[in-house]
Structures are given as C-alpha cells and as structure tokens.
Design a protein around this ligand. Structure first.
Ligand code: NAD
Length: 418
C-alpha cells in the first residue's frame, strides 16, 4: 500500500500504540474498522448544465462515547479511504479533547470551484436527503471541512429541518451565528492550533511565542485563523502559502500585516502574491528555515521524501494527517517535535460541541465564554498528552492516540460492547 494511503496510515498509527495498552483483542479489531460506511449516489441536474451523478460518503467510525461527529469535505480527490481515515481520527480527537462524541466524516467527490453556488446548494441538499436517516443531533452531527463552510452547514440544517418538519439546528455545527452558530466557532480550530504552538514552544523550545519564527502552509479557515492568532500573540509568521504558492519574508521579521495577507488573497487570488517577499513553492515553504512549521492544508504533505529537509524544530499539525508514518520516524530520529493533528486541531470540534450544547438548550454564549473554555480545555489536553508521553517515553502522536484509544475502549467496556 502506498505511503500516502490515508486509511493505511491511520491503521499504522493505531497499530503503533497496541503495545502501550492492554486492550481486549475484540475491541482492538472493532476499532480497526468503522462501524458503518455509507456511499451514496447523488444525481443533480446542474443549472445550465447536464445531469451529473456525484458520489458522496459518510463514514461512522465509533460512537461509544457519544453521537458520531465529523466534518464534510468537498474535493475532487475525496475517496472512501480518506473519509475512513478522517472518521477514525475524529474518534481519537473527540476522546483526546474529552467531549461526549464519537467520530465520523463525510465527503463528496466534487471540484466545488466548477459549480455555481446554486448547484452547490442543490448538491448539499441531495446529500442530506440521501442520508437523512443516518444523521441527526443524537446520531451524527456534521461540520465544515475543506471547501465547505458556514453556508454549507446552513443548507444542511435547513434541509434536515424541512424533512423532519421542525427546526433542528443541532444537526450541524459551524453554522452562521444568525442560525444558532456559536461565537468563536469559525476561528476555533486556528485559535486552538495557536494555543498549542504557544504551549509547545514554551515546553520544548524553552522560548516565548514572541521569540519564534513560524511558517504556515494553507490559508483557508484553519491556516488564516492560525496566522491571525499567532500574530496577535506576537509570533513572527515569516512564511505563508495556499494551493497556488507561497511567500517568505526575507528577514526574521515579516513585512506584512494580517490585513496585507487577506488583501493578497482578495485582490490577487493567492496569499503568495502578498508582495515585498520572496515567492516560494509549497515544497519550499515546508523546508523553510523557521522554528515552527504549521501544515494547515491537506494530508500527506510531509513524507519520507521531504521529512529530512524539514528544518523546523517543532511541527504543529493543523491539517488532518499532514505527516505520514514514514515521515514520523525520520522526524523523530532528527529530534523534531510533532504536536499531532488529533490534539492540535481539536479546537474546532470542541467549539462545535459548545455549539451543539447551546443549540440543544436554545442558548447563546458570549465569545469570551467560548474562548475561555477553549483555552482551558486545549491546555488541559496538551498537558495530558505531553505528561503521558514523558511517562511512557513515546512521541506525542503515540501518546495522544494511546490516551484516546484507552478512553474509547473504557467506554466500550463499561457499556458492554460485544
Ligand atoms: P479550507 O478549504 O478553508 O482551506 C484549505 C487551504 O489549503 C486553502 O488555503 C488552500 O488553498 C490550501 N491548499 C489546498 N491544497 C493545497 C496544496 N496541495 N498545497 C498547499 N495548500 C493547499 O480548509 P480548512 O477548513 O482550513 O481545512 C484545512 C485542514 O484542516 C484540513 O486538513 C482539514 O481537515 C483540517 N481541519 C479543519 C477544521 C475546520 O474547523 N475547518 C477542523 C479540524 C481540522
């Protein structure tokens, strides 16, 4: 199997913690596969185009700790292996940040840039129609992921509510504030990543966040909010990129503000076109001479091939699965600390949980309350993972997965699975 097959990588990560835990073999076998894998065909009569059938997925990995929870991704290369891996990672993520959810993920194989807004709405509604009986506030709750956003979540909520005959905001999270979205949700993943950078820099590099340089790959929801929070904390974000390319400041101090980066995307189509900096490729961004590297785009960016050229001493994984298991070995041998995705980007699902709680209670919390709880939970999870890694003498990824698996299996055992 290729180094880049996401589900094989997720299985390899699970296997890597087997010797750290005493798990009954039947639970281990159960966790190796999702409880349910749903593939749906979605015929859509594109406005002004031909009828086209898209393929959608919903994979529900485990719900021992609570309803399934996971984002929805629109991408031309979305496939079952990727969605299965992402669903498994969601199970570990909800366990590590300690919220009462399980793990799931969804996807549609589509290039959303080729569809009009109206066509995207129709496609999203078709997805909900096909999965109506398999999702819901107590069953499986969706959220934004790559190429989906608050608008997508609003369509999901509206379509599900229409089918059910009553208003049901808790079926999706990451909604617009006007429809029951939580304050702080859109920035939550990036904010959580920035908190992990700050804590990891302190713990491992023995520095303050103001003293480090950072490179961030990806300038979407997660990447841009990470950059914004890190800049607010005083970190020097000296390299940024998106799918079209990147920019690197010539010295240790970037000559741009967050507004300049946003303006480059808006006016010139890419953050790499910010100006006053060296234009670089994504490969060059990953190999930048910085203290901290934050991959915030897609999986499999750091592989066996380029891991040895990574010069950062700390990687904080904002994206899901950006480092392959082969690359992990190379980085570990090179003394590079890796704060794993299931911890680093769990701020998003955490605030999704806050949104779900608010929706079920018809409540709305102020942003300060959301951010305060986010800060507390992220720090607690970070410290638990680091302390466990010291206790077991393992890297942070194995520590996080082992802790998460242990929590999930404990729930399975107490509730009497099998
Ligand atoms: P997004 O669609 O908003 O942004 C993706 C960014 O990555 C864009 O800037 C895009 O140009 C860039 N990109 C895409 N392909 C690239 C490539 N080959 N090289 C370099 N850059 C590339 O998506 P997002 O919501 O920011 O998600 C980014 C990552 O974070 C994904 O791995 C996602 O699963 C993960 N994640 C997202 C959330 C969330 O709350 N949105 C939560 C947890 C994890």
């Amino acid at each position: 199997m290729s180094e880049e097959d996401p589900f094989s990588n997720a299985l390899a990560q699970l296997a890597s913690v087997a010797d750290l835990l005493t798990i009954e073999p039947e639970y281990y076998e159960t966790l190796k596969n999702p409880r349910r894998e749903l593939t749906v065909s979605l015929p859509v009569k594109l406005i002004g185009g031909n009828p086209t059938t898209f393929v959608g997925y919903r994979v529900q990995h485990n719900n021992a700790r609570g309803p399934y929870k996971g984002g929805l991704r629109y991408h031309p290369r979305v496939g079952l292996s990727e969605v299965k891996a992402l669903a498994m990672w969601m199970t570990w993520k909800t366990a590590i940040i300690d919220i009462p959810f399980g793990g799931s993920k969804g996807g549609i194989t589509v290039d959303p840039t080729k569809l009009t807004r109206d066509d995207l709405e129709i496609l999203t509604r078709k997805y909900v129609d096909a999965l109506e009986r398999d999702i819901g506030p107590d069953v499986d709750i969706t959220a934004p992921d790559v190429n989906t956003n608050a608008q997508t979540m609003a369509w999901i909520m509206n379509e599900y509510s229409r089918l059910r005959g009553h208003n049901e905001p808790a079926v999706s999270t990451g909604k617009p504030i006007e429809l029951g979205g939580s304050e702080g949700r859109s920035a939550a993943t990036g904010r959580g990543v920035a908190i992990c950078v700050r804590e990891a820099v302190k713990r491992f590099l023995k520095k303050g966040v103001k003293d480090v340089t950072v490179a961030v790959q990806g300038f979407g929801n997660v990447g841009s909010n990470t950059v914004s929070c890190l800049m607010d904390m005083g970190a020097k974000v000296v390299a940024v990129s998106d799918v079209l390319g990147g920019a690197r400041a010539t010295g240790r101090t970037p000559g741009w503000s967050f507004g300049d980066l946003q303006a480059a995307v808006k006016k010139r189509g890419s953050v790499g076109k910010v100006g006053g900096a060296e234009e670089i490729s994504n490969e060059e961004l990953l190999e930048s001479e910085v203290d901290v590297l934050v991959p915030a785009a897609l999986e499999n960016q750091i592989t066996e091939a380029n891991a040895k050229r990574v010069r950062a001493r700390l990687i904080v994984e904002a994206a899901n699965g950006p480092t392959t298991p082969h690359a992990d070995h190379v980085l570990d041998r090179g003394g590079v600390y890796v704060v794993p995705d299931i911890l680093a980007n769990s701020g998003g699902v955490l605030v999704s949980y806050f949104e779900w709680v608010q929706n079920l209670n018809r409540d709305h919390w102020p942003e300060e309350a959301v951010n305060e709880r986010l800060e507390l939970k992220m720090k607690k999870a970070f410290n638990e993972v680091v302390d466990h890694s010291v206790k077991e003498s393992v890297d942070l990824r194995r520590s996080a997965i082992a802790l998460a698996v242990d929590r999930v299996v404990t729930a399975m055992r107490i509730s009497g699975w099998h």
